[in-house]
Design a protein around this ligand. Structure first.
Ligand code: SF4
Ligand code: SF4
Ligand code: FES
Length: 251
C-alpha cells in the first residue's frame, strides 16, 4: 500500500516525490515522500513516521553522526542514516530501507544491539585498571607510538555498520566482529591498562581475530573511515607474539 503524498509539502518547496519502500517484518511497505534539498535518509524516515505512519519503528538520537544509533540498510548497503544524503544514494528517487543485517530485529528498522555489545564484553573490550590503580591521572603522551596507533580507532561510535557489513558474522554468528576487535586493539595499545593477557587470550580463540578473512568490507563501510581490518591485523600479530612467549617460557 502506498501512503498518500503530502501535497502541501510539495507545494511548500519540494518538487518531486521519492518512492520509499520500508521492510517491515516479512513485508515491504511503500511510501511517497516529498523530495527536499539536502534531505538525509533519516529525514525521510522521520517524515514518514511523523506525517504518515506513527507505527513505523526506527532509532536515532543525535542526528549529527555522534551517537551511532541510526544505522540502517539503505538500498542494500549498511549506512549511518543521519549523515547519508538522499541525493547521494538515490539518484533515481527510490529508496529501499531495511534493518541492519546480522542483528535481531526488534521492529521494522530498529535492531537489538545486545549481541553486538555482548561481543565487546567477550573481547575484553573494557578498560582494566588492575588491582592497584594509581591515585593520580596517568599521562599518555599524544605523540607516543601506542597513542598514535589508535588515534583513529578510538573514534568508533558503535554504530554496528561494520558488523552488518561483515560476511563472516553472517556465516559464523559467534565471530566477535570488527567493532569489538577494533575496541580490543585500542585497549591493547593503552599503556595504562593491566588486562592485556586476558584480552589477548579473549580475542585469540576460534571466533576471534584469526578467523577474519581480511576482505575489508568493514573498513569500506565504516562511516567514520576507521580501519578495523588493520586493527585486527594488529591483534593477529600480538596474539602470535603472546603464543611464542608462552612457548619459550615452557622450554
Ligand atoms: S576484514 Fe574481517 S572483520 Fe572486516 S568484514 Fe572482513 S572478515 Fe569481517
Ligand atoms: S568501526 Fe566504524 S562502522 Fe564499526 S561500529 Fe565503529 S564507527 Fe561504526
Ligand atoms: S543519529 Fe546519531 S549517529 Fe546518526
Amino acid at each position: 500500500m502506498t501512503a498518500p503524498l503530502d501535497h502541501a509539502a510539495v507545494a511548500a518547496g519540494a518538487t518531486e516525490a521519492l518512492r520509499v519502500r520500508v521492510r517491515r517484518g516479512d513485508g515491504v511497505q511503500d511510501y511517497a515522500v516529498p523530495r527536499r534539498a539536502n534531505q538525509t535518509v533519516l529525514d525521510v524516515v522521520t517524515e514518514i513516521q511523523r506525517e504518515q505512519d506513527p507505527t513505523l519503528a526506527y532509532r536515532f538520537a543525535c542526528r549529527v553522526g555522534m551517537c551511532g544509533s541510526c544505522g540502517m540498510t539503505v538500498n542494500g548497503r549498511p549506512r549511518w542514516t543521519c549523515r547519508t544524503r538522499v541525493a547521494a544514494v538515490a539518484p533515481e528517487g527510490e529508496l529501499l530501507l531495511e534493518p541492519l543485517r546480522n542483528l535481531p530485529v526488534v521492529k521494522d528498522l530498529a535492531v537489538d544491539m545486545e549481541p553486538f555489545f555482548e561481543k565487546w564484553r567477550r573481547a575484553h573490550g573494557f578498560f582494566d585498571p588492575g588491582e592497584t590503580p594509581p591515585d593520580d591521572f596517568a599521562a599518555v603522551p599524544p605523540d607516543s607510538p601506542e597513542r598514535q596507533e589508535v588515534d583513529a580507532g578510538i573514534e568508533c561510535i558503535n554504530c554496528g555498520v561494520c558488523y552488518a557489513a561483515c560476511d563472516l558474522v553472517a556465516w559464523n554468528p559467534d565471530y566477535l566482529g570488527p567493532a569489538a576487535l577494533n575496541r580490543a586493539w585500542t585497549l591493547v595499545n593503552d599503556v595504562r591498562d593491566r588486562g592485556q593477557a586476558a584480552r589477548l587470550a579473549a580475542v585469540a580463540g576460534d571466533a576471534g581475530c584469526h578467523s577474519c578473512h581480511s576482505h575489508m568490507s568493514c573498513t569500506e563501510h565504516c562511516p567514520k573511515a576507521l580501519q578495523p581490518t588493520f586493527a585486527i591485523a594488529g591483534l593477529k600479530r600480538e596474539t602470535g607474539k603472546a603464543a611464542l612467549r608462552r612457548l619459550w617460557r615452557r622450554e
